[in-house]
Design a protein around this ligand. Sequence first.
Ligand code: ADP
Ligand code: MG
Length: 250
Amino acid sequence: DGAQVAGYILDKRIGKGSYATVWRGRAESSDEAVAVKVISRQTVTETGQLRSEVEVLRRISHPNIVRFRDLKKSASHFYLVLEYCAGGDLSRFLKERGRVAEDPAGRLLAQIACGLCALHRENVLHRDLKPQNILLCDSSDAPALKIADFGFARGLQPQDMAATVCGSPLYMAPEILRHEPYDAKADLWSVGAILYELLMGRPPFSGANPMQLLANIEKQDPRNSPLSVPRARGQCAPCAASLSLRPHCP
Ligand code: ADP
Ligand code: MG
């Protein structure tokens, strides 16, 4: 089933996404905790999604971007070894705790913004920002956050406009859903949708079915918009210093 990789001991399945299964494990050499994203060769080709994910992770080192450690391959699977984020993902956090107050929401927002800023500085669009793809370092009330899952990320040339639909419609910008060219602002829309959910406890748009959802994103104002939106705490340059974040999960 692919749950074996040289140099690491996998002990528990901790996640499942659209194209991978994620295990918690540890490095045999150092005993450090790791997360191993197991991807079947039947799901991705080495030159497509996998290469883009690995390239982005290798290129960008930032406290709010999940850290890449290793890439292993077997005849049947690829294994992306990442830093382990013990707090799970933001979707679970929201399910367990419900919405958060403005102050903590602002601190979470600042971290998402800093990670995204580091990506956009490198001309990379994430294209699938959603609570499931934002990881928490620990289970505290004020966790450090890491943007993860670069399976859909792609490089953006300065004059180039991406025009592929991918990602989750709940958090997706209307221009993407309309199959129009889009740029880094599409990721910001997703950040807005995530902030809304942090404050309100549910995503800004809903629909009885996918078609209805798309129509509502296009036409409606978000339901019961929060009266005030918190300012992100901290400044972006240099992000890490102003927020005094650790370089990776402890
Ligand atoms: P997919 O590309 O299939 O969506 P993800 O990279 O989003 O895969 O991982 C799926 C889930 O596994 C995430 O939503 C999260 O709950 C968990 N996960 C992924 N990476 C880590 C990690 N480094 N530490 C802890 N949990 C993780
Ligand atoms: Mg995912």
